[in-house]
Design a protein around this ligand. Sequence first.
Ligand code: ATP
Length: 463
Amino acid sequence: MNANLMVASNAMDKIIALCKRRGFIYPGSEIYGGLANTYDYGPAGTELLRNIRNLWWNNFVHKRDDIVGLDASVISHQEIWKASGHATGFADAMVDCKNCKLRLRADHLTERSTKKKVEGKILEELEKIIQNSKDLVCPNCGKHDWTEVRRFNLLFPVNLGIVEEDQSLAYLRGETAQGMFINFKNVVDSTRIKLPFGIAQLGKSFRNEVTLGNSVFRTLEFEQGEIEYFFDADKTNWEELFDEWRQTMWNFVVEELGINEKNLQWRVHSDEERSFYSKRTEDLEYKFPFGFKELWGIAYRTDYDLVQHMKFSSKDLSITDPQTGKKIMPHVIEPAVGINRMLLMLLSDSYREEEKRIVLKLHPKLAPYKVAVFPLLANKPELVEKAKKIYKDLRKNFSVVFDDRGNIGKRYYSQDEIGTPFCVTVDFETLENDTVTIRDRDTMRQERTKVNKLVSCFQDKIS
Ligand code: ATP
């Protein structure tokens, strides 16, 4: 393994270990030996996911008057996926190691040799690169003994109905986007929204993907935050709108999530990589420990999806311009992000190893818990009682944890590892003058504050 790869896998291993140790992410179905490419989120991870989701929703739905929300069904009619092209075209090229049976994405394997994106290359080209590059050995067993490259569809089929003969095929959705297209007319007819406008959705999507680790970066089920932003292509300049959205995405990652700009870059899809219906696609990439990878994609999907659904459903999905009476088939720009990838990005970006501690420097508004409350000594009932009271009061406003295990140093250390920005300690002075110490995660400095000022003090610091 070369030195760079070793550093990367080391960094990733440390983050994965922290995630398990502190309750962010556990391997899926672990007590039964695990289930590849599935993960469960523990108490801290669940809070972090929820905070990311809420921030996204707040920014793109609540704070805007041109975007409305949707929550469509995960199980969906097979015709949706025929119309969208996924039932036939949504496939990865795969190769199997004949020796140890490991299955890999052919483009991922090939990229190790070409060191550049090969997405969009045809099977024969991938096959040629793999067969001719003897250094492309199996990462599991080290042999170069590959099967031919074959395509596998990524959609998960589900069979509906309990009696065999009545079973009918449906799919778990492969993207949330189709929910917005098939409900486009419903939303227009049931709200007062007018073009240009967006429909936003947060929810799980499912893809039968094969990957090589990297935690929750690529999984079988994952949560997407997608917006379909509809506009009249005769009135709105798509290039300007596209650039506006690019800026909005960048600002969200830098200003709201607090990510270091140095770790971000845009990558424009080449003609061969881009889906045939897209006029332009770009990825906002983050520098994960294993390299720059897609975090958030933006595509100009034209009117492709609505036109396809019109064809397949025979329903009129066009809308009428109220001023001119003209029929409009709206075009769409789609910013689509993975919430789980955002979580992994946040963990990577905020992870610091300092002299005596590991600390997650998450923005306070994203931290799983905002405050931890401790009694100085666990065996002094008067301190414990007072600390419990403060904990219960603070809980009305924030997510708070209580800890009375071990010594104060150890408690600080464990809160640092989950990114808790403030620790409140109840000591003997508290019993005399109703003040506590607040210890700041980043500076590690302590200040004394009146108990009745705690809520307003944290409200200021967290927002
Ligand atoms: P990739 O090229 O990485 O497979 P994609 O271009 O197919 O991703 P989109 O269909 O554009 O992805 O989905 C939007 C977002 O959903 C991606 O930017 C990514 O953050 C996330 N995403 C896609 N596939 C997965 C997955 N298998 N696991 C976790 N997140 C995913």
